[in-house]
Design a protein around this ligand. Structure first.
Ligand code: GLC
Length: 473
């Protein structure tokens, strides 16, 4: 089986969120199972020079963008045994950031077209092109329009994975012919609620559609979660499935992590105490062994459930607890946490940063991890927390529901609440604080969490099963 994994970001080259982590870890896990895999992504100018130095030039080609032909350089590099292909065009990818540019539709239409055009030059004829999120959502339709019967392109199947349904590649109809290069007679394939919608076209055209947890695959059939796409998803429900993400257990390993003060394991957890002390010192919190330290490591975005935290903040501060938040994002929340840090200097710290090594110290040093998301396709940080013996407190939605069974059940590893309601969240926090006082119970909870299988192994197998189903191989 040969899989070409098309993505707009991948660790360590360019990462803005969970997609970047998945685009590194899933191909690596597939390769371990002897699936031939190549990752293909844009060559952003912000990719670090030391990583660029490892790339070699393959060739350059012309890529059609509607009626124009644009330059595309093809480069390759190996990282951790996986081969990465980079598509270069400075006009499109020499920018400050990865997304949010005025011409994103054209930039990623170019990229999607270039992925297909590059295939004859990379010495890799895929059985499956696995596309991810709206930036690659044009690939399944482009394949059906322009490539399916071209020599060298026969019998390729396409998979489309939704990591974030909120971003759909939604534009006015004027981009159809002039930017996307799709003939006007095919407008109905691309159109949704009066706009051009790339995600919708992928749901129509791909051979299989997946999302990153089972619960979320069910939830997005409902308008509350779907950002309006539930109608088309219900119509195509037969090809939709949920496969939960894993985490890269080499990167997140309390036994070997170089970023933390003391390493520890499930059978020898003493190091975690030191990690807590050191984190308290680093943050300027009183060093108190018996006061539970609850953290959040998150993008400060509304759907992460920050309104619940805002609403309950002063109540939480009345408890025997220390809280620390690491993250950047919407200014409303940056301001709020900044102010609260000034108001409660001995109990609350806010680090307004996106900082991977520090996040490892947060995970290792904390007792509890709060993630009250409104929606969460999968979520990775609750799993990272488990790995570091930090007990998650989550809203039971999407991947959080699938990965964190409640402490009240036999295999429970965390505290959950159902409704998107601040008092329910506070109830879950209170239950966790109560349990923390019972040392034996808490140790058992931590042990169970640390022992859970969070590897990509099972998920990689499910992806392979799906690839076989659609290709018949
Ligand atoms: C997106 C989702 C997150 C998921 C990640 C990787 O960032 O919001 O829930 O874990 O993609 O699939």
């Amino acid at each position: 089986m040969k899989v070409l994994f098309a993505t707009s970001e991948a660790f360590p080259f360019a990462v803005s969120g969970g997609l970047g982590d998945v685009s590194y870890a899933l191909p690596k896990a597939l390769r371990k199972k002897f699936v031939g895999v190549r990752v293909i992504m844009p060559l952003y100018s912000k990719i670090k020079q030391e990583l660029r130095d490892q790339m070699h030039f393959i060739t350059s080609i012309g890529v059609p963008v509607a009626w124009r032909s644009q330059y595309c350089g093809i480069f390759e590099a190996k990282y951790d045994g996986v081969s990465y292909i980079f598509l270069d065009n400075e006009h499109y990818f020499k920018r400050g950031g990865m997304y949010g540019e005025y011409d994103d539709a054209e930039r990623f239409a170019f990229f999607s077209r270039a992925v297909l055009e590059a295939i004859p030059y990379i010495d890799f004829k895929p059985d499956v092109i696995h596309c991810n999120d709206w930036q690659t959502a044009m690939i399944p339709s482009y394949y059906k329009f322009f490539y399916f019967n071209r020599p060298g392109f026969e019998n390729i199947k396409t998979v489309f994975t939704i990591h974030n349904i909120q971003y759909q590649g939604r534009y006015g109809k004027d981009i159809l012919e002039d930017v996307l290069g799709i003939p006007s007679w095919a407008e109905s394939l691309m159109e949704y609620d009066g706009d051009i919608n790339m995600l919708k076209s992928a749901i129509e055209s791909a051979d299989a559609v997946t999302t990153v947890s089972r619960t979320y695959a069910r939830e997005i059939l409902d308008p509350w979660f779907s950002y309006s796409l539930d109608r088309i998803l219900r119509a195509r429900e037969g090809k939709l499935r949920g496969i939960v993400n894993g985490i890269d257990t080499d990167t997140y390993n309390s036994e070997t992590d170089p970023h933390i003060a003391a390493n520890f394991t499930v059978t020898n957890i003493r190091g975690k105490q030191r990690d807590k002390q050191e984190l308290q010192k680093e943050l300027g919190l009183p060093v108190e062994k018996d006061v539970p330290l609850m953290i959040m490591v998150t993008r400060l975005a509304g759907h992460k459930g920050l309104d619940l935290v805002k609403y309950m903040f002063d109540e939480i501060m009345k408890c025997k607890i220390q809280v620390a938040v690491l993250g950047t994002g919407e200014s409303e929340y940056e301001w709020f946490f900044g102010e609260k840090a000034a108001q409660y200097p001995d109990k609350f710290k806010f680090v307004c940063d996106f900082n991977a090594p520090l996040s490892h110290r947060f995970y290792a040093g904390a007792d509890m991890f709060l993630m009250p998301s409104k929606q969460e396709p999968c979520g990775l940080s609750q799993m990272i927390s488990l790995r570091y013996g930090t007990v998650p407190i989550v809203r039971a939605t999407g991947g959080l529901a699938d990965t964190i069974p409640d402490a009240g059940t036999d295999d429970g590893v965390g505290y959950t609440f159902q409704s998107y309601n601040a008092h329910d969240m506070f109830g879950a926090i209170s239950r966790a604080l109560g349990a923390y006082e019972n040392k034996k119970l808490w140790r058992e909870l931590v042990r169970r969490g640390m022992s859970r299988d969070l590897t990509w192994d099972a998920s990689a197998k499910e992806y392979m099963k799906m690839y076989s189903e659609i290709t018949g191989k």
